[in-house]
Design a protein around this ligand. Structure first.
Ligand SMILES: O=c1ccn([C@@H]2O[C@H](COP(=O)(O)O)[C@@H](O)[C@H]2O)c(=O)[nH]1
Length: 270
């Protein structure tokens, strides 16, 4: 998907909501456990109830890999269901990959070609040759971890390297890589006070912003300091939406939570 198509979907739906499909079998409603594929059944119900309120879905692959082959099949069914029924929706494989070049090429093929996600999250730590294989895919996006939402972000990401915080080095250096127009960045909603500085370095890039909801990030602050002319934000909430109810009404309850966020986004869009 092109950035232009993503922006047009945001304007049409008055939403820049990304729903995280982080499915824990112990948290889904009991009645789904009798289904042949409970994880896919859960996702399908959530997608059917929320697709008009969000512009992106982000399965975190850990929640599928944890169940082995069965989990990978649930992930494949989920991405195929979205691509077949809602091709306008931006899809993110939150896999946080990155390795030496030839291995990164294989990761990129797995998520961007075989599973056909629009984007994949990548760790910047191994540098240029570990990220460029992902960037080589046309109309696909590499979402680089810049400043993450967890407290451990302060262990390295905000430390000074050559007189500048490491996350700033990541943003600046990555802009020099081949096909850097295919980059987006992860910035945690819990770090709203950093958005002004981040926008000075990457004024036009899309930022994937996890941490609203269960992690306590503030949507209004992120919009105030992080929004650019093209909106430039995809705000993710996973547990706060998909586990709104553990009863038979779970999909309806998820839609209500998603609607609350979408309505706040519509106000921010003006
Ligand atoms: O900095 C980061 C990067 C990724 N995540 C992921 O986003 C979701 C957040 O889930 P919630 O339930 O809304 O807290 C999850 O998949 C994380 O692994 C992040 O939180 N922070």
């Amino acid at each position: 998907m092109t950035t232009k198509e993503l922006v047009s979907q945001i304007q049409k739906k008055k939403s820049f909501l990304c729903i995280g499909l982080d499915v824990d079998i112990h948290k889904i409603p009991q009645h789904l456990l009798k289904e042949e594929d409970p994880i896919f059944a859960f996702n399908k119900a959530i997608i059917d109830a929320t697709h008009h309120l969000c512009v992106a879905y982000k399965p975190n692959t850990a929640f599928y890999e944890a169940y082995g082959l069965k989990g990978w099949k649930s992930l494949e069914k989920t991405i195929n269901y979205i691509n077949e029924n809602h091709p306008e929706i931006f899809t993110i494989a939150d896999a946080k990959r990155g390795d030496i070049g030839n291995t990164s090429t294989m990761y990129a093929k797995a998520f961007l070609e075989d599973l056909n996600f629009d984007s994949v999250t990548v760790a910047p730590y191994m540098g240029k040759d570990s990220v460029e294989p992902f960037l080589a895919f046309n109309n696909k996006h590499t979402i680089l971890l810049a400043l993450t939402s967890n407290t451990g972000a302060f262990d390295f990401q905000t430390k000074q390297v050559d007189g500048k915080e490491l996350y700033k080095q990541v943003l600046e250096t990555s802009k020099t890589w081949e096909n850097s127009e295919n980059l987006m960045y992860v910035v945690g909603a819990t770090k709203a006070e950093y958005f002004t500085e981040i926008r000075k370095i990457v004024p036009d890039s899309f930022l994937l912003v996890p941490g609203v909801g269960a992690q306590g990030g503030n949507l209004q602050d992120v919009c105030k300091y992080g929004m650019n002319e093209q909106v430039g934000l995809l705000i993710n909430s996973s547990r706060g939406i998909i586990y709104a109810s553990s009863q038979e009404d779970f999909a309806q309850a998820a839609a209500e939570k998603a609607k609350e966020l979408q309505e706040q986004m519509a106000v921010a869009l003006g």
